[in-house]
Design a protein around this ligand. Structure first.
Ligand code: CTP
Ligand code: CA
Length: 223
């Protein structure tokens, strides 16, 4: 396949991608997580590598795998671990794509022993996790920065607000309203927003979505 598609349009570029969910430890046997599969992030990583990029893929717990020689995979669990790993590399990358479904909150304390069942109600105290993408935006120099947004209401407005607040160059909106879209399945339906454009794509496989996304990034890079 690569033989027939040998246009190395991202040769010389380093791309950092976050993928998958994060797991926030509650006690030695439990965590708070979400249903993100990591498929979208791994598909983007594969496509970027095919196009000749050097890829740093930082993934939360995911069953996905890759053996492309240009992809270095770093597996992390929590948002804090993802944050640390991202900023080991961020300074040196050309493009950063945040497709991870990072948990917004984590338990304030991790119980050292398994929490025993007692009363009818149990309260867990949670604290906000660091916003990895927002921090990338704050520390942005020449990086081209891509975020994702998962919205269930006022989708375009909310995505636009995230684009501005996190200092992104573009944001990929996936709507949970669209059947077949979102972070669990193998298909996705996206809209790409920049500060002055909105492009809507049809429902397709995550591999095809990765191509659309990187085509768009490449066009923005030469602008
Ligand atoms: N993100 C991140 N670190 C976080 C939270 C989110 O890097 N702690 C990134 C995601 O990878 C995604 C983007 O920020 O690219 C938007 O994530 P989303 O959950 O849609 O937005 P939030 O800013 O967390 O706001 P909310 O969940 O309240 O909509
Ligand atoms: Ca969130």
């Amino acid at each position: 396949e690569e033989f027939f598609n040998a246009k190395k349009t991202l040769a010389g570029k380093t791309v950092l991608i976050t993928a998958g969910p994060t797991h926030e430890q509650i006690d030695p046997v439990r965590f708070i997580g979400n249903h993100s599969s990591g498929k979208m992030g791994f598909a983007i990583a594969e496509e970027a590598a095919k196009r000749g990029a050097k890829v740093i893929l930082i993934s939360g717990p995911s069953a996905e795998n890759t053996n492309h020689e240009n992809i270095a995979v770093y597996r992390v669990k929590s948002a804090k671990e993802m944050f640390s790993k991202v900023f080991e590399f961020y300074e040196h990358v050309d493009i950063a794509i945040a497709s991870a479904a990072v948990a917004d909150y984590a338990p304030k304390d991790i119980a050292s022993e398994k929490i025993k069942k007692k009363e009818d109600f149990l309260t867990l105290e949670l604290v906000k996790n660091p916003d990895i993408l927002k921090t990338m935006g704050e520390r942005k120099r020449n990086q081209f920065l891509v975020g994702f947004a998962l919205e269930t209401e006022n989708e375009e407005e909310n995505a636009k607000v995230k684009l501005l607040k996190k200092n992104l160059d573009m944001i990929v909106l996936n709507s949970l309203r669209d059947k077949g879209a979102g972070f669990q399945g193998t298909t996705n339906k996206i809209k790409i927003l920049t500060s002055d454009s909105l492009l809507e794509f049809s429902l397709k496989s995550k591999k095809e979505v990765a191509k659309d996304l990187l085509n768009f990034v490449e066009k923005q890079l030469v602008k």
